[in-house]
Structures are given as structure tokens and as C-alpha cells.
Ligand binder design. Structure first.
Ligand code: T6T
Length: 363
């Protein structure tokens, strides 16, 4: 329905209205169109404002709903082993991110990196039925069944650091690209030994995905150096004194040993001790995974010559985000990998590099 008024019958500058997309507004000196434009602008402002109010309230309702899906909920973190700078750094990331969702964080772990010790801990967690579980499985096969029970109990399970041979049941697996990390160690060691001589691996645990992948990544990459002879690997079972003994016995059989890759901090500590005992510090080059206080000190003291540092804090953050997303019906990436940083005496003082140092105490 359209309504219009004869313009000349109205007193100057007194009348304004908007009816039927046609402005009947006229002032002595203002064309009708400008009034129309003004009212159009006014209408669009009103519309925009009400739309933003609507969006805002819809968002608030959604945020409150999401909030209620995480607020006060418990997420348990089961590291591979307690009191370890790598997992404590991860715990720092977990706690910082959990605060954003109002999660309660509980840490449960064993004193050794051992599936027979980790299994009863997982069983106890299942009985407590938390909303989420972040776990570093200490064996890619043996920990499948205990973790499956957590999944079947309705717990959102995210694997952090180590993984399972079958990850189809968990919401995500977040870890360092350990194969690439092993290759980075091979390139660093090859450079340190002048791309020639005999090299070996001290692997911290057969069956732990991280150790297996780092060893494989190293073995494939070292093949690219024709003058380097790979003499094989030893397993230290995460025990530095065992690693030290393995270096000693290898040196007895291979006095010209040029280099060692240790697949984690414990194996590197042991390798350094073995070289000290054999008086071969510096003569045999060591590349170790991880960057806790002991590793940094050994690098400064020349006991080891390069470190491959991971990003445990970020892995912790990503783990919590994945559980929060799963609890609030958002999509979760099934596999996430983080990179590594190679630390040497030359770049040790750089601030960016120092950010990769692990910690034993959260801020
Ligand atoms: O190297 C890390 C971790 O990635 C590995 O799975 C187990 O050992 C560490 O925690 C270092 O002790």
C-alpha cells in the first residue's frame, strides 16, 4: 500500500515520514530523496544493531552451553613417567590451556616408563570416569586394551607424545614428528663426524612409538652418507646406567666409534657417562633427543654435541583443546604432529632456541 502528499501544501521544514518506499518528506530546501536516503540509512543501522544483538545472544547461549560442557570437568593426564622434564613441560601447557575451559586437571603416572606399571593406573582412571584422558602410552600395542576400556567408558581419550599401533578408537594422537626428528639427528651427527666413520643408536625402549620412530628415521637418513657405517643399535630401557654400559661394550668392539644417537634424554645421559668412563668425551660425538636441564648442561660441558628438542608445552595445549572440542561437539583433527629444534653450542644463547628448553616447574 503506497501513500503520498502534494509537496506544495506543507509548511517549510516541518514534516518527516517514510511510507511505501516513497518518502513524502519535503522541506523548503531539502529534496525528498535526501530524506529518503536518511531514513534508509537509519533503517539499516537499526537492522544491523538488532542483527548483532541477535548474534550476540545466540553466541552467548552457545558459549554458555559449551562452557557448561567443560566447566568443572576433570581431565586426567597420564604421562609416560613421572618427574620427567619433557612431561612436566607438557603438564605446564595442559594446565595453562585447561584454565580457559574451567577443566580440573589431575596427574597420575608411574615412576618408570613401563606398560606393566601404567596399566593399573589407566584402570583406576577408568573407574573414576573423568570427562577426558590425555595419555602417553608406554607401549604401542600393550596399552591398546587398557585405553580401549577408557574409550568404552565414554571418556574422551587423546594420545600425547607416544601413540598406539591402532588409533582408530581415540579422538586424536598428538606428537612430535619423531621420524623427521630421527632424520634431523642423523644429519646433525653426520655433520659432527665429518660424514665418515662408525655410528650407533642407543634406543630408550623397544615398542615405545617415539623410540621406534626416531630410530627408524635415523637409520633411513644415515644411509644417505656413503662414508658413514651404521653398526646397529642397543636398547637402554630408559636406564642411563644401562646405556653407559652399552657404550662401554660397543667401544671395546668398535674402538673407532665416531658417533652415537640417543633416542631420548635418559639414553643420552647414559651415553655421556659411558664416554666419560672410557675417556672418549668429545672424541665420540653424541646427538640426543630432548632438552631438559641435564641435557643443556651436558651440551655446555661438551659431553654431548647436539640436542633435538621437542615442543612438549604445545603438545599439552593441543591435547586439551582436542578434548574440549570433543566435549562440545566440535571437530577434532585425528593426527597432529609438532616440529623439533636442533640445539648446538653455537645457537644455545639465542632467545628463540632457549624457548625450546624444557622445565621441571610450571610458571
Ligand atoms: O623423549 C621424551 C618422550 O618423547 C619419550 O616418549 C619418552 O622419553 C621422554 O619423555 C624423555 O624422557
Amino acid at each position: 500500500m503506497k501513500t503520498s502528499f502534494p509537496l506544495n501544501s506543507m509548511p517549510a521544514g516541518s514534516l518527516t515520514c517514510n511510507v511505501g518506499f516513497r518518502s513524502a518528506t519535503a522541506t523548503a530546501n531539502k529534496p525528498a530523496t535526501s530524506i529518503m536516503d536518511a531514513s534508509k540509512r537509519y533503517l539499516s543501522v537499526i537492522l544491523a544493531m538488532s542483527a548483532s544483538v541477535l548474534i550476540l545472544s545466540a553466541w552467548t547461549i552457545a558459549a554458555r552451553a559449551a562452557d557448561s560442557d567443560t566447566q568443572g570437568k576433570t581431565v586426567v593426564f597420564v604421562p609416560g613417567v613421572m618427574g620427567n622434564a619433557f612431561y612436566v613441560s607438557m603438564e605446564c601447557g595442559i594446565r595453562a590451556e585447561a584454565a580457559k575451559y574451567g577443566f580440573k586437571i589431575d596427574i597420575q603416572g608411574a615412576p618408570q616408563f613401563d606398560p606393566s606399571l601404567q596399566t593399573p593406573i589407566v584402570n583406576a582412571v577408568v573407574a573414576a570416569k573423568p570427562a577426558g584422558l590425555l595419555i602417553a602410552p608406554t607401549d604401542s600395542k600393550a596399552m591398546f586394551v587398557p585405553i580401549l576400556q577408557a574409550v568404552n567408558a565414554g571418556i574422551k581419550v587423546a594420545l600425547v607424545d607416544t601413540t598406539l599401533a591402532d588409533t582408530s578408537k581415540v579422538i586424536t594422537a598428538i606428537a612430535t614428528d619423531n621420524t623427521a626428528g630421527g632424520a634431523a639427528a642423523a644429519d646433525a651427527l653426520a655433520k659432527l663426524v665429518g660424514e665418515k666413520g662408525e655410528v650407533m643408536v642407543i634406543a630408550f625402549q623397544a615398542g615405545a612409538s617415539t623410540s621406534d620412530q626416531r630410530q627408524k628415521g635415523f637409520e633411513d637418513e644415515i644411509k644417505k652418507y656413503p662414508n658413514i657405517k651404521y653398526i646397529g643399535f642397543q636398547i637402554s630401557n630408559n636406564d642411563p646406567s644401562k646405556a653407559a654400559a652399552e657404550v662401554g661394550s660397543t667401544l671395546a668392539a668398535h674402538p673407532d666409534l665416531a658417533g652415537i644417537f640417543a633416542t631420548n634424554d635418559r639414553s643420552a645421559e647414559g651415553a655421556a657417562t659411558g664416554l666419560r668412563v672410557a675417556d672418549k668425551v668429545g672424541a665420540v660425538k653424541v646427538v640426543g633427543f630432548d632438552a631438559g636441564d641435564t641435557q643443556i648442561r651436558q651440551l655446555k660441558d661438551g659431553l654431548v654435541q647436539a640436542l633435538i628438542a621437542q615442543r612438549p608445552y604445545q603438545i599439552g595445549v593441543d591435547g586439551v583443546d582436542a578434548i574440549a572440542n570433543a566435549l562440545t561437539g566440535k571437530s577434532v583433527e585425528h593426527s597432529v604432529t609438532t616440529d623439533t629444534v636442533t640445539i648446538t653450542k653455537d645457537n644455545l644463547q639465542e632467545p628463540e632456541i632457549q624457548k625450546a628448553f624444557y622445565t621441571l616447574k610450571c610458571d
